[in-house]
Design a protein around this ligand. Structure first.
Ligand code: BTN
Length: 318
């Protein structure tokens, strides 16, 4: 009898007696008692009533492999799932994993969370950190379309966050998710997308899209407090991270299969425009206004009355 078997059984019944559980798995009553105690240690609430037995109360925000897998099961997205309570970086784990199936690697904490441009990403307990690794390339996303993946993750996550948490986030090009506090913007989530492309034929071996979301994290310390916030701070309540992960993964796969027009339309609805920005391109520093994006997802910035296309890099609000 392992934890998964026991959880499945408890989930399938209203009440079940210790005797019945022991019988079902061919174990002793003491082993059942220990199994129940272990689940309670993991955060599950299990009621026990004389004459009725054990009842699993619907769990809330328990982030583990069982919760992620069981919720993803109905969605039929075909992901292998790896969950680690703590890891260095789910993107690094995804790169090292030699599996050939699409997979999700999630963690409750990261000790060396990686951000864009070699920066670190603070990944404390209470947040949601995961990476979607797409190993099978499909017709639409060829090598030249690789830059659409960060946009896909930005749309997938912001719509799931709106649907499940009621928090409306905007996208700072290309893929920071920000909240407008009324007195400025604060970062809620960051996305790091990486890929491996074969040199001989430019085929994509895999795409890795990692996201870190400040879900149930408390107030940040020091300077971070002014630039970052969490869904919990905004909404005043905790959210179920396994539910959020599954909704994002489902949106992500739907967007991978949908048209580029649909993706860009949804992206534009949340894209921040009209802001004064600065950015670097070909060794020059520019100051201008974020105008929108083109059909390739590149930023269009207005600088001294002219439109400049920004293909990569990042922008700063002035
Ligand atoms: C950024 O804001 O610069 C991007 C941050 C991306 C963080 C996520 S958390 C999950 C995945 N694993 C990592 O090491 N990084 C990404």
């Amino acid at each position: 009898m392992n934890k998964v078997d026991l959880l499945d059984l408890l989930n399938s019944q209203e009440y079940i007696s210790g005797e019945r559980i022991a019988e079902k798995f061919g174990v002793t009553r003491a082993a059942v008692w220990k199994g129940i105690a272990d689940l309670k240690k993991d955060g599950y609430v299990i009621e026990s009533k004389t004459n009725n037995g054990y009842k699993l109360i619907k769990s809330f925000d328990i982030l583990n492999g069982y919760e992620i897998k069981s919720r993803l099961k109905d969605k039929n997205l075909g992901f292998d799932v790896i969950y680690k309570k703590i890891t260095e970086s789910t993107n690094s784990d995804a790169k090292k994993n030699a599996g050939e199936n699409n997979m999700i690697i999630a963690a409750g904490e990261q000790t060396s969370g990686r951000g864009r441009y070699g920066r670190s990403f603070l990944s404390q307990n209470g947040g949601l950190y995961f990476t979607i690794k797409i190993c099978r390339s499909n017709n639409f996303y060829k090598t030249e379309d690789i830059t659409f993946y960060p946009l896909i993750m930005a749309v997938a996550a912001s719509s799931a966050i709106y649907d499940l948490c009621g928090v409306n986030l905007c996208i700072k090009w290309p893929n920071d998710l920000l909240y407008n506090t009324g007195a400025g913007y604060k970062k809620i989530a960051g996305i790091l997308t990486e890929a491996s492309v074969q040199a001989e034929n430019r085929d994509i071996s895999y795409i890795i899209a990692g996201i870190g979301i400040n879900v149930n994290t408390g107030e940040f310390d020091g300077d971070l407090k002014n630039i970052a916030s969490s869904l919990k701070i905004i909404a005043g309540t905790d959210f179920d991270r396994a539910d959020l992960l599954c909704a994002i993964a489902e949106n992500f796969m739907n967007l991978v299969d949908s048209s580029r027009e649909n993706l860009l339309e949804q992206y534009k609805k949340r894209l921040l425009t009209g802001m004064n920005i600065s950015f670097a391109q070909n060794g020059h520093e520019y100051k201008g206004t974020a105008h929108g994006i083109n059909e390739n997802g590149n930023l269009l910035a207005e600088v001294d009355g002219k439109i400049i296309t920004v293909q990569s890099g990042e922008i700063h609000f002035i």
